[in-house]
Write a protein that binds this ligand. Structure first.
Ligand SMILES: *[C@@H]1O[C@H](CO)[C@@H](O)[C@H](O)[C@H]1NC(C)=O
Ligand SMILES: *[C@@H]1O[C@H](CO)[C@@H](O)[C@H](O)[C@H]1NC(C)=O
Length: 321
């Protein structure tokens, strides 16, 4: 006899069996050492990947699929910013502005609000060519409205306006106008969830008529030591706006400042805790979402996290992988 509870159990399992997400595309070479990746392609076709740790580890590859090779640290002497954490730099974001490349990085320590977003510049992206320019002026201390980490540069299309979207794990995600090397105005909140402030790592990407604000929500790290409750691990969310500074709403029309956010990618199959994402307009694959994730077949340690990426389908007006 089939019990009603068995039937309910089977129904509840269905969403797990039929994954809504594509598996990560292939990666060869060094695919770990990729926490909070930032990927950019140089005009000669070489891909550069920057990641948290190792004073911003740089890996290069001839293709997005690899093979990735370690080539050195972006800031082998750490940062000149006088804060704890200046030898353990986080969350790089690399952008090209004219003939310069800028690398935004975070100086902080885990769970502390004494933080600053630093910047370095290079004209080639290569290891050994980065000059540390110190703080962007985007900084925070205990009691600040936000935590100055995880900067991401966006240019307002057709203008010379630049904004750094950043934060935060405190009071949500903010943005501030930048020159782009120095802060140039007040910071405004663009995303916040009153029920869950664990949101960080923003990426603003323009596609079609909209600026898409991607961010990571949930518990980022240390899964091998402290496993979050199911569903509370990292996942990638999105809101959108017709302006790079918001207001941003999710696909249900909920404001991103009052808990809104549409899930783009969450744990599925053998992928666990995807986050630290970036988005890149690739000449071969079109728009791609890249991120770090735990491959549950390999292990849950931060150092074991893998680089993942997927093509983004924007045909519905919302990113789908
Ligand atoms: C916050 O949680 C409460 C209680 O679960 C819920 O009623 C409310 O809708 C939530 N607010 C948001 C913005 O998600
Ligand atoms: C990446 O994996 C290799 C091989 O398992 C390991 O030796 C190395 O320490 C890992 N890298 C990091 C940054 O943890």
């Amino acid at each position: 006899m089939v019990k009603i509870s068995d039937l309910l159990g089977a129904v509840a399992l269905l969403p797990i069996l039929v994954s809504a997400y594509a598996l990560p595309e292939a990666c060869s070479g060094v695919c770990n050492n990729s926490h909070d990746p930032s990927i950019i392609r140089r005009t000669d076709g070489t891909y550069f990947r920057f990641s948290t740790g190792g004073r911003i580890a740089i890996h290069t590859a001839p293709s997005l699929t690899g093979p990735w090779t370690y080539v050195g640290a972006a800031l082998p002497s750490g940062s000149s910013i006088n804060l704890a954490g200046n030898q353990d730099l986080w969350a790089p974001d690399v952008a090209q502005v004219g003939s310069q490349y800028y690398l935004y990085y975070s100086v902080s320590t885990f769970g502390v609000q004494d933080s600053a977003i630093g910047i370095a510049s290079s004209s080639s992206l290569d290891a050994g060519t980065w000059t540390d320019l110190g703080s962007t002026g985007v900084a925070s201390s205990e009691g600040s409205a936000y935590n100055a980490i995880d900067g991401n540069l966006v240019n307002e299309a057709g203008t010379r306006n630049y904004f750094l979207t950043f934060g935060s794990f405190w009071n949500g995600i903010y943005r501030v106008r930048v020159t782009p090397t120095q802060t140039n105005g007040d910071a405004y909140q663009v995303a916040f969830d009153p029920n869950d402030t664990a949101m960080e790592g923003p990426t603003v990407f323009k596609y079609g008529d909209f600026y898409y604000l991607f961010f990571s929500k949930g518990s980022c790290c240390g899964y091998d030591k402290d496993m979050p409750a199911a569903g509370e691990e990292y996942r990638i969310m999105v809101c959108r706006s017709s302006s790079p500074v918001g207001p941003f709403v999710d696909s249900a029309g909920t404001s991103c400042r009052s808990g809104g956010g549409t899930v783009v990618l969450a744990s599925h199959d053998w992928v666990y805790g995807p986050g630290g994402q970036g988005v890149y307009q690739d000449p071969t694959y079109g728009p791609v979402l890249y991120y770090h994730y735990v491959d549950t077949r390999i292990g849950y340690e931060d150092g074991q996290k893998q680089l993942g990426w997927n093509k983004i389908d924007f045909s519905s007006g919302w990113p789908v992988v």
